[in-house]
Design a protein around this ligand. Structure first.
Ligand SMILES: [Zn+2]
Length: 55
């Protein structure tokens, strides 16, 4: 399972992965703006995750 920096799992929304907490509770709860396309998951996700961890 893919997990956001906030600890919540990602879920598919309209064909893209998005943090479940961010989607349900808003950006005040999870500041991660990370979304990504399941078809291009591997490199995109790893790059984005790396950026999230650094920030
Ligand atoms: Zn999150």
């Amino acid at each position: 399972m893919i997990v956001c920096a906030c600890g919540a799992p990602f879920e598919v929304r309209r064909g893209r992965y998005v943090c479940a907490t961010r989607r349900r509770k808003g950006t005040s709860v999870c500041t991660s703006s990370l979304t990504f396309d399941p078809d291009a998951t591997e490199n995109v996700f790893l790059d984005a995750l790396e950026a999230t961890v650094r920030s």
